[in-house]
Ligand binder design. Structure first.
Ligand SMILES: Nc1ncnc2c1ncn2[C@@H]1O[C@H](COP(=O)(O)OP(=O)(O)OP(=O)(O)O)[C@@H](O)[C@H]1O
Ligand SMILES: [Mg+2]
Length: 558
């Protein structure tokens, strides 16, 4: 420990020995440096280990031997000068060992006096290991950060996937619900349409009897009895008329239900938008009439090619939304305006309301599935998204303009049907064109048969049959101009019977009109289509039948 012999330490001998021992065993290298010259006066063992120099090479040498390749610009103090001048300073210095290898060391200085000379104790600590650990720590930290970010990304993807699954689930539930409602509606429509057909037919007959036959009997009466009977007849006519209107409404609603249930029937057909609007309005008129005045601004628009049920569904959705946007009890001021026009090759339908409007932050979201501001259970938030998708499938667009407190305009644009429609007017039957036909009506509903005979019997000769065997029997004995054939009968469906009849009497091939009480199965739908024959939905008006006969050219054939 001779290198520390000169260190003066106050205190007893024991303390001095301890201090030497301490310095020699220190993990830091300790250099005793002459402060004014920078000459190393003493070192401990660690100095030799760290620098690779031996004691003799270090003692007596300038401290700058430790970092010879760090020349300082002229006039500016070297790192060593700075260190020796400023006790307490901690600096990181690149040290070059005797074998030329370098390492980073932390240097710090304390001042002391040795033999009345200002002396610096220079402590050197190797930072290599610490730096290595720090680098490892940083690498691990970065890897951890990356793993965490990856985890976050995966988490977000999981959340998104879970939200998508939930949306799909709700969508499936909705579709299933709609399909169930559709099937239910189809069943109800079928059951109601059959009796409605003969109720309406009979009511029309009753009205005819009251209007035509009864007045003839009045001639035989006079005075008070005549007036009394006249009043009774007029009252009866009124009642019958109102009943017909009610029954008409029921059958129209059934027709709509039937249309709604017909979800899988995706065939596009040339459609008059105004008729579609009217039938759709009818479905929600009950809701509209208590909330607002409905105004129609219809302009002459060409037909559009669409699936009528689907576009009707859109119109109903938009009308219901408009109604819901209106406050209760403001019926006299609030208006729902339905407007149609043509722009270029598009037919435009606008539904405008004077309701609450949509705040800008919601406007961008209202087409999202399940976005709804309505109370839970009141709105599913599917109306607009389904509507937009239906309109898009038709090659059209759905736009919304809205101002809070002023109202909303929803604009549907559909492409004009490209092929020019056959002029409906040219095909309209004229009363002169009709002549008495020999009709055969085949239907398992006996009341319906009787009602039809009463209804059509005055204009045409009518034969009735309630089953296939009877029909074949009649055809063997009579030549008929036209058969009205029910599509759904217990023994066999209408198309099967049609084939049997045509097989036996080929002349009947284009002399059949199918009659349907509601939705029929897909397979039957396809076979009906293959015949190319018309289908009339019960209950139908006489004019509808005449139009169908006219389209078939039966008047000319017979
Ligand atoms: N005419 C309108 N006036 C004001 N807000 C509207 C109008 N139409 C739609 N909205 C807003 O857009 C939201 C979404 O409408 P959408 O028809 O898709 O769903 P919904 O009406 O809430 O429920 P659903 O139609 O499925 O019963 C509504 O909840 C409402 O906030
Ligand atoms: Mg809605």
């Amino acid at each position: 420990m001779s290198q520390f012999d000169e260190v003066e330490v106050e205190g007893g001998e024991g303390i001095q020995v301890d201090l030497r021992h301490l310095l020699s065993e220190s993990l830091d290298a300790v250099f005793i440096v002459d402060r004014s010259t920078g000459v190393i006066r003493g070192v401990n063992r660690r100095c030799e280990e760290l620098t690779g120099y031996c004691l003799d090479e270090l003692v007596g040498n300038n401290v700058e031997v430790l970092s010879p390749r760090q020349p300082s610009p002229k006039m500016s103090p070297t790192i060593w000068e700075e260190l020796l001048e400023q006790p307490g300073l901690h600096e990181e210095v690149r040290i070059e060992r005797s074998d030329g290898r370098c390492f980073l060391a932390e240097m710090s200085v304390t001042l002391t006096t040795v033999n009345a000379k200002q002396t610096s104790l220079l402590f050197m600590r190797d930072l290599t290991e610490r730096r290595k650990l720090e680098r490892e720590l940083i690498t691990k930290h970065l890897a951890l950060k990356e793993a965490y970010e990856e985890l976050e990304r995966t988490n977000k993807e999981l959340e998104r996937a879970s939200a998508e699954i939930q949306t799909a689930q709700r969508w499936l539930v909705h579709l299933e619900k709609m399909a169930t409602i559709g099937r239910f509606a189809a069943g109800v429509a079928h059951e109601v349409n059959n009796p409605m057909a003969f109720v309406l037919e009979n009511l029309a007959q009753l009205r005819g009897i009251g209007a035509r036959r009864l007045p003839a009997h009045l001639d035989h009466l006079d005075g008070a009895r005549r007036r009394q009977l006249e009043a009774t007849i007029s009252e009866q006519q009124e009642l019958i008329q109102e009943t017909i209107e009610g029954a008409d409404r029921v059958s129209q609603i059934m027709r709509q239900l039937h249309s709604f249930s017909n979800v899988s029937d995706q065939e596009m057909e040339p459609t008059n938008l105004h008729s579609l609007l009217e039938s759709s309005i009818m479905m929600v008129n009950n809701q509209i009439r208590y909330r607002a005045r409905l105004e129609r601004h219809y302009y002459d628009v060409p037909e559009v090619l669409c699936v009528p049920n689907n576009i009707s569904q859109v119109i109903v959705n938009l009308l219901v939304n408009a109604v819901h946007a209106l406050e209760d009890g403001n019926k006299d001021q609030d208006v729902i305006l339905v407007r149609t026009r043509t722009t270029g090759d598009q037919v435009v339908l606008e539904i405008q309301d004077t309701g609450c409007g949509i705040p800008p932050e919601n406007l961008s979201r209202i087409m999202e599935p399940f976005f709804s501001t309505k109370a839970r259970g009141t709105g599913t938030g599917l109306g607009l998204s389904i509507s937009a998708s239906i309109v898009e499938q038709h090659g059209g667009t759905l736009e919304v303009e809205s101002e809070v407190g002023r109202g909303t305009i929803v604009r549907m644009k559909l492409p004009v049907r490209s092929a020019p429609p056959a002029t409906a007017e040219a095909k309209q039957p004229t009363p002169e064109a009709t002549r008495k036909l020999q009709l055969l009506i085949v239907d398992d509903e006996v009341y319906y048969l009787r009602a039809m005979k009463r209804g059509l019997g005055r204009a045409h000769a009518v034969l009735l049959s309630s089953n296939a065997g009877e029909a074949l029997q009649i055809l063997a004995e009579h030549k008929v101009d036209l058969i009205l054939l029910d599509l759904m009968m217990p023994e066999m469906d209408g198309v099967e019977l049609y084939k049997i009849l045509v097989n036996a009497h080929p002349y009947l091939e284009k002399r059949v009109i199918f009659v349907s009480g509601g939705v029929f199965e897909e397979s039957i739908k396809a076979s009906v289509k293959s015949t190319g024959l018309e289908v009339l939905n019960k209950p139908f008006k006489h004019e509808e039948l005449h139009s169908a006969i006219d389209r078939m050219g039966i008047w000319q054939k017979s």
